[in-house]
Design a protein around this ligand. Structure first.
Ligand code: GDP
Ligand code: MG
Length: 465
């Protein structure tokens, strides 16, 4: 069937931002509001994501939509479950962002913080549209709670002092965003030109505790999806999918959690996955999702599917999945496909990264938890550090002794400063640490990109002093 604007898939939404800004609470709030209104049926837990039915979106935004009168036609919305950097860096697909739209949460009381800035740059680099939630608005002095109300209604109820504080904090946030090269405005004060400008960012005051502004965020996401993203949201039968996580499950063995963005995945499909050792081809033996409601949930009891349709999160069972890399694409071999072509395509993300490594083979080693994280880190080292930090080797997952041995060659090549491993969100084997000690290799570990960069910069400064 032809792709049309009338047949869209669910947009995939990710919540990002600095620790403690309220990402988890906001997701909870979006879920719970609904449960309290007795609409629990409209929300389903999937693998790695929560699915909101269209009817749920309609009821949750009903009050705001009395004035907005927006014709919501999306089939629903998929919100990725694990807020934080780990989810975002996983959410990539063949070089582009896998999430369609993001909520960047800022603590209105603190303004922009480091991880927020990091998220901001990643979103910009990937061209992912986002809205900023100015969260914790209820902490403005003597805020009057207007539970779950549209934010403009809630602001009308506030006294002058409260409004003044809100105004001043919101304009501080706006300035800080400006300093990062991002133009923004309170969303209902944006002009038509601002809406036309795809780089302009709408700000939405919210409270993840009392719910003011949550309707606004939801409706805004639906509007952005339908008005600006409809082309990429058009449903099509071709599979577009990414590995979220690889994990062992009792009784099932090694499973791969997959986010199916578009297209179909079926039991019996010959799927092709990417591993550091090369591509693997395996038959899909099972497609599982969690049971429909928490109450019915019995340990490790999943619903089995013959076929699933994107966008959704699903657990895949099959043989030989142990070494599959998080953040890589999943493809299936179709009747007209050459297996070798599909294999090359699945590996292309990794080979493309390898092609970008330092050509004179002098540079540090970079190791990350997922392909997406690795990509983000390499991009950061290339574009955000002055001078750029050269990279000669890359890897994914735990750091082993052999990795240390490999990079120790830099000592012999006359560039001991590059006998260094930058490890992002990955464990380091004890033997690897010992080997590093012995061979004069430094291992810097962090789970925030900036921290890694800071450590390495400080080290380079010490060297040149
Ligand atoms: P995360 O680290 O971004 O996931 O942040 P959490 O959702 O865990 O929230 C961090 C802290 O801020 C918790 O103590 C929350 O109760 C609190 N918090 C989150 N959102 C709000 C809000 O809108 N208003 C207020 N007053 N507190 C909030
Ligand atoms: Mg959290």
């Amino acid at each position: 069937a032809a792709r049309t604007r009338d047949d869209l898939r669910c947009p995939i939404v990710v919540i990002m931002g600095h620790v403690d800004t309220g990402k988890t609470k906001l997701l909870d709030k979006i879920r719970k509001t609904n449960v309290q209104e007795g609409e629990a049926g409209g929300i389903t837990q999937q693998i790695g994501a929560t699915y909101f039915e269209k009817s749920t979106l309609v009821t949750q935004t009903a009050r705001l939509n009395e004035t907005e009168k927006f014709d919501l036609t999306l089939p629903g919305m998929l919100v990725i479950d694990t807020p934080g950097h780990e989810s975002f860096t996983n959410l990539r697909s063949r070089g582009s962002s896998l999430c369609d739209v993001a909520i960047l949460v800022v603590d209105l009381m603190h303004g922009l913080e480091q991880q927020t800035i990091e998220s901001l740059h990643m979103l910009r680099n990937r061209g992912t549209p986002f809205v900023v939630a100015l969260n914790k608005v209820d902490r403005c002095y003597s805020w009057k709670t207007c539970k779950d109300a549209p934010i403009r209604e809630a602001l009308k109820e506030q006294g002058d002092g409260t409004l003044q504080e809100f105004r001043s904090r919101a304009s501080d946030a706006k300035l800080q965003l400006q300093e990062q090269g991002v133009n923004s405005n309170i969303y209902w004060e944006m002009g038509d030109d601002d809406w036309e400008n795809s780089d302009f960012v709408p700000l939405v005051p919210t409270s993840a505790i009392t719910g003011e502004g949550v309707q606004d965020i939801l409706l805004l996401l639906c509007q952005i999806a339908q008005r600006k993203l409809w082309k990429q949201l058009m449903w099509c039968a071709n599979l577009q999918a990414t590995v979220l996580e690889v994990k062992a499950i009792d009784g099932l063995g090694m499973t791969v959690d997959v986010l199916v963005v578009n297209g179909y995945l079926r039991e019996g499909d010959r799927a092709v996955f990417c591993t550091l050792d090369g591509p693997i081809v395996t038959e899909i033996r099972g497609l599982l999702t969690p049971p429909p409601s928490r109450e019915m949930r019995i340990k490790s009891e999943y619903i089995h599917h013959k076929e699933v349709k994107g966008a959704l999160g699903v657990k895949v069972i099959g043989n030989g999945l142990e070494k599959v890399m998080a953040g890589t694409s999943v493809l299936v071999v179709g009747p007209d496909d050459e297996v070798e072509d599909i294999k090359a395509e699945v590996m292309s993300d990794l080979t493309k990264l390898q092609d970008k490594l330092s050509t004179d083979k002098k540079g540090v080693m970079v190791q990350a938890s997922t392909l997406g994280a690795l990509e983000a880190l390499l991009q950061f080292l290339r574009e955000e550090t002055k001078p750029p930090i050269p990279v000669s080797a890359i890897g994914i997952g735990t750091i082993h002794k052999r990795d240390v041995t490999k990079i120790s060659i830099m000592n012999e090549k006359g560039c001991p400063e590059f006998a260094t491993i930058l490890a992002f969100d990955v464990p380091v084997e004890r033997e690897a640490r010992e080997q590093a000690e012995e061979l004069n290799v430094r291992i810097f570990t962090a789970d925030i990109i900036y921290h890694l960069f800071d450590q390495f910069t400080r080290f380079m400064e010490q060297l040149t002093e």
